[in-house]
Design a binder for this molecule. Structure first.
Ligand code: GDP
Length: 420
């Protein structure tokens, strides 16, 4: 039986999953994206060229067979643009998209923007791309599945039901003018249907039938701490992000699978919400600059902070992580003292794992272990023993605390800057 694998980020996203997926993809037959929309981006750098991918699975640059499972919601303009960009760069796509995938419609982004404005300072920090609203319609049985883009009559019938209500909500409740009509949407989306037709298939059936004979790499978007249940609710995303959600999101029976947990050597998060080890000083700024911590999709500066082991212990448990990939270790070079949060102080107690109650979290303070930093440039290291002793100690501290072996260490954005 061929070994399949799930890759998950253990923090708040942007851990560098794209780089890790690209690096290990050669050992797999298929790369499957199974959650999120185009609000989640992966960046992969090959020979100095940066590819920002928001919907196409990161295995594309290793010329793997690609699948987009039903758990993903699709903005057709973005997907078609990405396919075109990749084809122009010489990558022919072997891509199948599940017909059950839901489509992000113009009223989803309009609703998203209107609602964020309404919430004011309590806004989630959404990018107004309408992803959450697309998932909401899916759950509310008011969504448009990919299959309907190639069935104009059925699409029209659905839009005639849905669009007047969406318009009324946006205009009468939020007081925001809209410019879409049933006809304008129909004209645009039928065209998308024609272009996407050749990619439509049944990913659930394809994976189920080939799981024993082929190796699948399941690629998560977002990160564990953005999961709508186990993340820092309500500053979370709409689709599940934890490893076991792969099974319903693809449509396959549950089975034991290896899980690689991708961990950035420090912590970042975009948008609002709790972040216990956040740095507000010059060190935070240094990390942001060195790590180019600005959103792939949003370009927003990411909040930066120290590595948080309670978050990682929790994420390891929730995901069933079997090995770790540490990324962006090079970014920490030159910082004199490195702090690692080993637990949270809560009253007289020490919490070793991230608490289930957000209100407890609000009353905790991080407890840090201080490690010596290193000055050397580590981007050329190709084995762990090439690394300075102090860098090795930093990695050993993570392994010792999480009881999981580190299998990959990324020391630069380029494909080859990797210790295996
Ligand atoms: P993802 O969504 O988890 O794939 O992460 P992003 O693509 O949003 O962010 C990761 C960023 O870090 C990208 O720009 C990568 O090119 C870059 N990157 C990945 N690994 C490394 C690394 O080890 N060192 C450095 N300096 N950059 C890295």
């Amino acid at each position: 039986m061929k070994q399949s694998l799930i890759v998950v980020g253990l923090q708040w996203g942007d851990e560098g999953k794209g780089k890790i997926i690209d690096a290990i993809a050669p050992s797999f037959d298929y790369v499957v994206r199974w959650n999120g929309g185009n609000n989640a981006g992966h960046t992969v750098v090959v020979d100095g060229k940066r590819f920002a991918l928001s919907l196409v699975p990161s295995g594309v640059l290793q010329k793997k067979k690609l699948l987009i499972a039903q758990g993903v919601v699709i903005n057709p303009t973005i997907l078609l643009g990405e396919i075109q960009m990749l084809e122009e760069a010489g990558y022919r796509l072997d891509l199948t998209i599940d017909s059950r995938c839901h489509i992000v419609m113009p009223y989803h982004s309009a609703m998203d923007a209107a609602n964020e404005a309404w919430k004011g300072k309590n806004a989630t920090g959404s990018l107004h791309l309408g992803i959450g609203y697309c998932y909401e319609d899916r759950n509310n049985r008011a969504g448009i599945r990919l299959e309907f883009l190639v069935r104009p009559d059925e699409l029209k019938e659905k839009l005639e039901h849905i669009v007047p209500l969406k318009k009324a909500i946006i205009e009468k409740v939020y007081g925001v003018k809209t410019d879409f009509t049933v006809q304008s949407i129909l004209d645009e989306y039928i065209l998308y249907g024609k272009k996407l037709h050749k990619y439509i298939g049944d990913v659930s059936s394809l994976v189920s039938k080939q799981m024993d004979t082929h190796a699948f790499l399941f690629e998560q978007a977002h990160g564990t701490m953005l999961d709508p249940v186990f993340g820092t609710y309500p500053f979370t995303v709409a689709p599940p992000t934890i490893a076991s959600a792969v099974f319903p999101s693809v449509g396959i029976a549950a089975r034991p699978l290896d899980v690689i947990g991708v961990v950035k050597a420090y912590t970042t998060r975009v948008g609002n919400g709790p972040f216990p080890t956040e740095l507000f000083d010059k060190t935070g700024e240094t990390i942001r600059k060195a790590g180019r911590e600005f959103g792939t999709v949003s370009k927003r500066p990411r909040r930066c902070g120290w590595l948080d082991l309670p978050v990682l212990r929790y994420a390891v448990r929730i995901n069933g992580v079997t090995r770790l990939a540490i990324t962006k270790l090079d970014v920490l070079s030159g910082i004199k003292k490195l702090k690692v949060c080993i637990g949270y102080r809560y009253g007289s107690k020490m919490l070793r794992e991230f608490p289930s109650e957000i209100s407890i979290l609000a009353n905790t303070t991080p407890i840090y272990e201080i490690l010596e930093g290193w000055n050397e440039d580590i981007t050329q290291a190709s084995t762990r023993s090439d690394l300075p002793k102090k860098t090795q100690r930093y990695l050993a501290c993570i392994e010792k605390n999480l009881h999981i072996p580190i299998r990959l260490v990324s020391v630069g954005a380029e494909r080859n800057a990797l210790i295996r």
